[in-house]
Design a protein around this ligand. Structure first.
Ligand SMILES: [Zn+2]
Length: 121
C-alpha cells in the first residue's frame, strides 16, 4: 500500500459517514496538502479493487465510500441526507429475501434504500 492510499484509508476509517471523493479529498488535504483530487480518486479506486472499501451509489449523485466490511445495505434518510449502515436481522441473509434461481450464489451485494427516519424527540 502506498503512503497516499494508507492516508486515504485511515481518513475513511476515522469518520464512517460515507463521504464522497470530494469530502475525502478535503479531509486528506489537511494531512497531505500537496495531494491532488486525481490521486485521491486513484487511491479510492485501488482500495475498492482490493475490496477494502465499497462504492455506494444513489441515483445520479456522486459515489460515496463505505469501509464497513460486514454485509449490510444503505439507508438514506431523505430528510437529513445521512446514509446509515443497516445490518440484516440475526440469522437472516439477502438470499432469504429474494427468489433467486436454484444454485445462484451472490458474490456482491449493493442495495440502497431511502426513506424517512423518525425525527429525534
Ligand atoms: Zn456502509
Amino acid at each position: 500500500m502506498t503512503k497516499q492510499r494508507r492516508v486515504v484509508y485511515s481518513i475513511l476509517l476515522e469518520n464512517r459517514d460515507h463521504p464522497t471523493a470530494n469530502d475525502v479529498f478535503r479531509r486528506v488535504q489537511r494531512e497531505m496538502s500537496t495531494i491532488s483530487l486525481a490521486t485521491v480518486y486513484n487511491c479510492l479506486d485501488a482500495l475498492s479493487k482490493h475490496g477494502l472499501i465499497n462504492q455506494v451509489n444513489f441515483d445520479r449523485e456522486p459515489s460515496r465510500f463505505c469501509v464497513n466490511p460486514a454485509p449490510h445495505v444503505h439507508f438514506r434518510d431523505t430528510r437529513t441526507g445521512v446514509i446509515h449502515d443497516i445490518a440484516f436481522k440475526e440469522g437472516c441473509q439477502i438470499t432469504d429475501l429474494l427468489d433467486l434461481p436454484d444454485g445462484a450464489e451472490v458474490s456482491e451485494l449493493e442495495l440502497t434504500i431511502s426513506g424517512d427516519l423518525p425525527a429525534n424527540p
